[in-house]
Design a protein. Structure first.
Length: 326
């Protein structure tokens, strides 16, 4: 069942959430959606202020948990996959009916691996990288992306006000057309399935199995200087980079939070966050921290928003879409 669609025209991306009670049904749906995206979309025409590595950029499979379903009263897993075309964020973490064992995560890993194998063996030979429970070393999605240059824009925004010392790995800007690795190949960081020379039209795909998380974005407003003049977009983005780094766990901030600053509608900026463990640090904690850091930077933060559903919402939507009574 298709239980959620999030279209973000500003970032030139769309996220689809698929759900099923059987791994084979979910993998079939993922492959159908991915095949349609690969057929109709061309990475070479892509241009946005959000990173990307492929047309089918990211597939994250999670087991939300189990429900005793009537009339059989048997316990069946609810598996969910977020599939994003062109560019995407977000693995997941359950806050509701979680699988008390590793069985659910292993089922998700088997599903992600099966999809990667089929995409890699398809006529397109799509290069696929596994992460989380689907990879033997349990590597992180962010680490795979960083190794492939995901966070480095094709046209960076560089300020000349002294804040440009931020690493190019954290630079903001525009991602346009085919990623550089489509020209250089993947020999130094080979994919788990598919060919080592990605197509300029499709790029590569990330597939993984993780607990369900939330994606929460917080807008940051233009600061005003002493003469009541708005500062430049580059300066705003650099302020956003400082805030994103300090709110993320990697930068010494909130545990289980990944963050990056991106240009958004109207030349604004927002802090895009992955909340890997919402039970520890959820939208409320992130909102409070971003507001505090924005104030320290001389600007203000707007009210954030979720780009995906909570585990509770997805479970209810899944049961409704599948016509299952509890």
């Amino acid at each position: 069942a298709l239980v959620n669609v999030f279209v973000d025209g500003n970032y030139h991306r769309t996220g689809f959430t698929l759900a099923a009670c059987e791994p084979s049904l979910l993998s079939h749906a993922i492959l159908q959606l991915s095949g349609s995206a690969l057929e109709h979309l061309d990475l070479a025409t892509h241009s946005a202020s959000h990173p990307r590595l492929g047309v089918v950029d990211h597939i994250s499979v999670s087991c939300l948990g189990y429900r005793a379903l009537r009339p059989t009263s048997t316990s069946r897993p609810d598996l969910t996959a977020r599939t994003t075309c062109r560019a995407c964020s977000g693995p997941g973490r359950p806050s509701f009916s979680p699988d008390p064992t590793l069985q659910g995560l292993q089922m998700a890993a088997d599903c992600a691996t099966a999809v990667a194998q089929q995409l890699g063996a398809s006529p397109r030979l799509l290069p696929c990288y596994l992460y989380g429970a689907a990879h033997p070393q349990q590597r992180r999605l962010a680490d795979v992306r960083r190794a492939l240059g995901y966070f480095v824009p094709d046209r960076p925004n560089v300020s000349s006000d002294g804040l440009q010392a931020l690493s190019s790995q954290d630079a903001g800007g525009t991602w346009e057309g085919t990623p550089p690795m489509c020209h250089t190949g993947l020999a130094l960081y080979p994919p788990d399935t598919g060919q080592s020379m990605p197509s300029k039209h499709w790029g590569v795909a990330m597939l993984g199995a993780v607990p369900w998380s939330l994606n929460y974005n917080v807008p940051v407003h233009f600061p005003v200087d002493a003469d009541s003049q708005r500062v430049g977009v580059d300066h705003l983005l650099m302020l956003g980079k400082v805030i994103a780094k300090r709110v993320s766990e990697r930068g010494g901030g909130l545990a289980g939070v990944e963050a990056m600053a991106l240009l958004h509608e109207g030349g604004g900026c927002e802090i895009a966050c992955n909340l890997l463990d919402p039970s520890q640090n959820g939208p409320g904690e992130v909102q409070e921290r971003v507001e505090q850091l924005a104030a320290e930077a001389g600007t203000t933060a707007g009210l954030g928003y979720l780009t995906n559903k909570t585990a509770e919402q997805l479970m209810e939507l899944t049961l409704k879409q599948l016509g299952v009574s509890e």
